[in-house]
Write a protein that binds this ligand. Structure first.
Ligand SMILES: NC(=O)c1ccc[n+]([C@@H]2O[C@H](COP(=O)([O-])OP(=O)(O)OC[C@H]3O[C@@H](n4cnc5c(N)ncnc54)[C@H](OP(=O)(O)O)[C@@H]3O)[C@@H](O)[C@H]2O)c1
Length: 315
C-alpha cells in the first residue's frame, strides 16, 4: 500500500496518485496543477431551454457555494451551461481566495463566433480577471482544419495574455488533436471527455498519454445514472462492500486510479462530503481497475453529443 507521506505527484502519464490528502493535484504539461476532483456546473446544474434567459438562479448559487464550502476547489463551467454568472456569484460569496480555486470555462463546441469576444463575456459573467483553464468545448464548430487551428491559436493568445492559465480541449478525438498539433505553439494541457466503463475510447487514452495531455472524465457515474442494469453493476456493488463505501466512490476511484481527473456533480451535501472524506481512504488495485474495464467493454453507452457520433462509435 502506498505511503501517505509520499511526495509523488500524478501527471498526464496515467500513473495514479497515492493515498493521501484529497483531492491531490495533477501536474499539467504547462507546469500548472489541476485538482483531480471537480464539481461540475453542467448537466443537472445548467440552465437549459427557456431557463437559459432567466435571471440569476439562487439554487445554482447555493449548491455551488455548498460544494466550495465542503472542499471542492475545481469548478467546471462553460458558456453553454448559461450559469457563469451563478458560478461567479458563488465564488464571490465563498470568500475563498481566488488563487485557491481552479475555475474552468469553455467556448461553444458548435458555434462560429469571435473567440476573444466569447472569452471576454465569460470572464465578465464570472466576475473574474482570469480562469485557470479555458477549453474548446468541442471541435464541431469548424468546417476545416484551418478553422480548428485558428481557434486554437486564439486560445494560445489568451493564454499568453495571462487571462487563462492553461488551455485545452474537450470531446476531441485523436484526429482533432493531431490537427491542432500540426500548427500549435502550445499543446493542449487536457482533453475533457465522457469517460466511464461503457465509453473507454479505444486508443485515445494511450495517444493522450504519449503526448503528455491529461484527461478529465465527465459523466463518470453513467453506470449508476443513465445506463443502469449493465455489466459493471455487480462488481461496483461488490467493491463498495469490500471498501465500506458506495458505488459512486468506486466509479470515481476507477477514473482516479487510472491517473485521470474526474468531474461529477450532486445536489446532495452528504454525497459531496462523502466523496471528499471517503475517496482518500480507498484505492482500487490494478486488477480491480482492469476487471471493471473489461466488464465495461461488454457494453457501449454514450450520454452526451450523440448526434455527433454513430451508434456504435466507441472512439
Ligand atoms: N465537456 C462536456 O461536453 C461535458 C458534458 C457533460 C458534462 N460535463 C461536465 O461534467 C460534469 C459532471 O457530469 P455528470 O453530471 O454527467 O456526472 P456524473 O458524476 O456521472 O453524474 C452526476 C449525477 O450522478 C448522480 N448520482 C451519484 N451517485 C448516484 C447513485 N448512487 N445513484 C444514482 N445517481 C447517482 C448525482 O445525483 P444527486 O444529485 O442525486 O447526487 C448527479 O446528478 C457536468 O456538471 C459538467 O460540468 C462536461
Amino acid at each position: 500500500m502506498d505511503s501517505i507521506g509520499s511526495t509523488f505527484q500524478p501527471d498526464a502519464s496515467g500513473t495514479p496518485p497515492k493515498q493521501g490528502p484529497f483531492p491531490p493535484n495533477l501536474k499539467l504539461n504547462d507546469g500548472n496543477e489541476i485538482p483531480l476532483l471537480a464539481y461540475g456546473l453542467g448537466t443537472a446544474r445548467g440552465k437549459w431551454g427557456d431557463a437559459a434567459q432567466a435571471p440569476l438562479d439562487d439554487e445554482i448559487i447555493e449548491l455551488t457555494k455548498m460544494a466550495i464550502q465542503v472542499g471542492y476547489r475545481h469548478l467546471d463551467g462553460a458558456e453553454v451551461y448559461n450559469n457563469e454568472e451563478e458560478l461567479g456569484a458563488a465564488i464571490e460569496a465563498s470568500k475563498i481566495p481566488r488563487e485557491q480555486l481552479f475555475v474552468t470555462t469553455k467556448i461553444s463546441a458548435t458555434e462560429k463566433k469571435s473567440t476573444q469576444e466569447a472569452f471576454s463575456l465569460s470572464l465578465k459573467k464570472l466576475g473574474l480577471d482570469y480562469v485557470d483553464l479555458y477549453l474548446l468545448h468541442g471541435p464541431w464548430f469548424a468546417d476545416s482544419e484551418a478553422e480548428l487551428q485558428q481557434r486554437w491559436a486564439d486560445l494560445e493568445a489568451i493564454k499568453a495574455s495571462g487571462r487563462a492559465k492553461s488551455i485545452g480541449v474537450s470531446n476531441f478525438l485523436q484526429e482533432h488533436i493531431e490537427t491542432l498539433l500540426k500548427t500549435a505553439k502550445v499543446p493542449p494541457a487536457i482533453n475533457q471527455i465522457e469517460f466511464h466503463p461503457y465509453l473507454q475510447h479505444g486508443g485515445l487514452l494511450d495517444f493522450l498519454r504519449k503526448n503528455n495531455i491529461a484527461v478529465s472524465c465527465y459523466a463518470p457515474l453513467t453506470p449508476l445514472t443513465n445506463a443502469k442494469g449493465g455489466p459493471v453493476d455487480a462488481v461496483w456493488k461488490q467493491l463498495a462492500e469490500k471498501y465500506g463505501t458506495s458505488e459512486s466512490e468506486i466509479g470515481l476511484r476507477w477514473c482516479v486510479d487510472q491517473g485521470l481527473a474526474v468531474i461529477t456533480t450532486s445536489s446532495k451535501k452528504e454525497r459531496l462530503e462523502r466523496y471528499i472524506s471517503e475517496l482518500p481512504l480507498i484505492k482500487l488495485t490494478p486488477q480491480e481497475v482492469a476487471d471493471i474495464s473489461e466488464l465495461g467493454n461488454q457494453k457501449h453507452f454514450r450520454t452526451f453529443w450523440n448526434d455527433k457520433f454513430g451508434a456504435d462509435d466507441r472512439r
